[in-house]
Design a protein around this ligand. Sequence first.
Ligand SMILES: Nc1nc2c([nH]c(=O)n2[C@H]2C[C@H](O)[C@@H](COP(=O)(O)OP(=O)(O)OP(=O)(O)O)O2)c(=O)[nH]1
Ligand SMILES: [Mg+2]
Length: 131
Amino acid sequence: MKRVHVAVGVIVNEQGQVLLTRRHNDAHQGGLWEFPGGKVEAGESVVDALARELAEELGISVLASRPLIEVSHDYGDKHVLLDVYLIEKFGGSPAGMEGQPMVWAPVTDLDGYEFPAANVPIVDSVVSTLA
Ligand SMILES: Nc1nc2c([nH]c(=O)n2[C@H]2C[C@H](O)[C@@H](COP(=O)(O)OP(=O)(O)OP(=O)(O)O)O2)c(=O)[nH]1
Ligand SMILES: [Mg+2]
């Protein structure tokens, strides 16, 4: 089975909202909301991958982050290892650089968004850490 290691960022603003982007319809887990991030490349550290992905997808730089949770999930067609970081400080102003929809969501609204199955423990952890 295909296995991917993914660096994921939970970006928090000064109002305590978190940044969600929506995956392209034709992508794996397409149409669902996600925390921005992407695959760790060969020879790259998770932290470097996270910085690269957030620059590519949102045009921001990571200034302060800490590990939040690691989630291993089997989708049947694909196994993902999600290395999730809380981004507490960033430079620049996030924008959907790849045309992806983006929203700042209050933590108390997260139950109103559809996420991939692997995100259940991530959302729980975000809620208990930030609420
Ligand atoms: N970024 C992100 N990926 C997630 C989340 N939840 C979840 O199951 N995934 C899965 C979906 C994908 O199978 C995988 C991310 O891989 P991807 O292919 O989108 O990564 P990428 O951004 O490097 O995309 P690409 O350049 O290959 O198009 O992780 C999440 O919250 N954020
Ligand atoms: Mg991505």
